[in-house]
Design a protein around this ligand. Structure first.
Ligand code: HEC
Ligand code: HEC
Length: 216
């Protein structure tokens, strides 16, 4: 009885979702093309063709681990506001519509399951900033600079100690990045026995807690 009455509803939903997906992908191909043009006009010089990034100069924006955990809000706000004290300048003048198109283009490189909602909802880091400072100095400062000042201070990694990054990244985003790294970049996974430095959960909490004290 229930089965029979649910059948028409189910097929209606199926039909509607097929309609919707056709529409969305038609739209988004147009949007992606528009975004690609805008990307090539504004971003390609630093972030390179296909947004693969350039070591010591600009991070990859087509990196699968980044796209999987970066929300649209994170990407759009970073593009809009830039990152003060780095060469990532603000692009607010492009306006929301063009920034949406650029994000659609970046997303067209996405290959891993998207999980920014879960990642951004993760608990806040609870660690010991003093211990985190030691881990940071020993492991992270080689690439990110002694205070996370990034490329302009001669480092090979981004400015993770500056407000431009810290104010937009959730603790979950930072935690996942430290754990799993970003493939095909120098940012390696640092978690567990397969990780570069074999950090455990608590040590990662300590590092995030330390980073939160920088925020310049
Ligand atoms: C061997 C060099 C290297 C080491 C060591 C390193 N990183 Fe990175 N890290 C990078 C690079 C390079 C990037 C940017 C990736 C890219 O180019 O796309 C990055 C990116 C990041 C990001 C993302 C920042 C953003 O702009 O989105 C975080 C967070 C981060 N690293 C934290 C750490 C922490 C914490 C440590 C120490 C446990 C560490 N990294 C150690 C090279 C390194
Ligand atoms: C003059 C060089 C330059 C240009 C042009 C540029 N960027 Fe950036 N971008 C950077 C640098 C450098 C960083 C990393 C800053 C840091 O150290 O935190 C960055 C970081 C980013 C990030 C954060 C990535 C992450 O790993 O968290 C996004 C998103 C981004 N840029 C998007 C764009 C877009 C979209 C454009 C074009 C509208 C653009 N950028 C143009 C240099 C540039």
């Amino acid at each position: 009885m229930t089965r029979v009455s649910q059948l028409p509803t189910l097929s209606a939903i199926l039909f509607l979702s097929i309609l919707c997906s056709v529409n969305v992908s038609a739209n988004s191909q147009e949007l992606i093309d528009k975004g690609k043009t805008l990307y090539n006009q504004n971003c390609v010089f630093c972030h390179q063709a296909d947004a693969i990034g350039k070591a010591g100069f600009a991070p990859s924006l087509s990196n699968p681990e980044l796209l999987a955990i970066a929300s649209d809000k994170y990407l759009m706000a970073t593009i809009r506001d830039g990152r003060v004290g780095t060469s990532m300048v603000p692009y607010a003048h492009l306006g929301k519509e063009k920034i949406v198109a650029i994000v659609a283009y970046l997303r067209s490189h996405e290959t891993l399951t998207h999980r920014s909602t879960e990642v951004d909802k993760q608990r806040s880091a609870q660690g010991d900033a003093r211990k985190g400072a030691l881990w940071y100095r020993d492991i992270c400062s080689t690439c990110h600079g002694p205070e996370g000042d990034g490329y302009l201070a001669g480092s090979s990694g981004t400015a993770i100690g500056k407000a431009g990054f810290l104010n937009k990244a959730s603790d979950g985003f930072i935690r996942e990045t430290i754990k799993y790294g970003r493939s095909n970049t120098r940012m390696l996974p640092f978690y567990g026995s397969t990780g570069l430095a074999n950090l455990d959960e608590q040590e990662i909490e300590d590092i995030i807690t330390y980073l939160r004290t920088l925020n310049k």
